[in-house]
Write a protein that binds this ligand. Structure first.
Ligand code: RB5
Length: 148
């Protein structure tokens, strides 16, 4: 499975830890869109790069910043992105199953490495259920396209 990953300085360490985890699990081809050091950077550029990769390549993505919030807001401005900031297992599962989220956002200053790995695993291994949820996703797209 191909994955796009990125973080600002607030999520840098968590991103590195998630990459290590996914490499240990195996079966993932990860493209890292930065940042590559703990030096301060603005999260919008990283969100844009990962968001664009996710929509163009129809893959899943992971974004980390300090809270997971700013980077999720920025990613959700990319057309076709449904980014969800999660810090609990139930939300990480249901945002795939019901919202067809294509990017999981995590806060490096909110969740620890162990919980983050669990959230990533459930997110990447849960399928969208479709059905009534598809209608709601279509409505989100209609808002995005100014057709609601
Ligand atoms: C950076 O200090 C911090 O504001 C950022 O990582 C994130 O938490 C924003 O939502």
């Amino acid at each position: 499975m191909r994955i796009a990953i990125g973080a600002d300085h607030g999520g840098f360490e968590l991103k590195e830890s998630i990459k290590k985890h996914l490499e240990e699990v195996g079966g993932y081809e990860i493209t890292d869109y930065g940042t590559y050091t703990s030096e301060s950077v603005d999260y919008a550029a990283i969100a844009y790069k990962v968001g664009t990769a996710v929509t163009e390549e129809k893959i899943l993505g992971i974004l980390c910043c300090g809270t997971g919030i700013g980077i999720s807001m920025a990613a959700n401005k990319v057309k076709g992105v449904r980014a969800a900031c999660c810090s609990d297992y139930f939300s990480a599962k249901l945002t795939r199953a019901h919202n067809d989220a294509n990017i999981l956002c995590l806060g490096g200053r909110v969740v620890g490495a162990g919980l983050a790995n669990e959230l990533v695993d459930i997110f990447l291994n849960t399928e969208f259920e479709g059905g009534r949820h598809q209608r709601r996703i279509d409505q989100i797209s209609a808002i995005e396209n100014g057709e609601f």
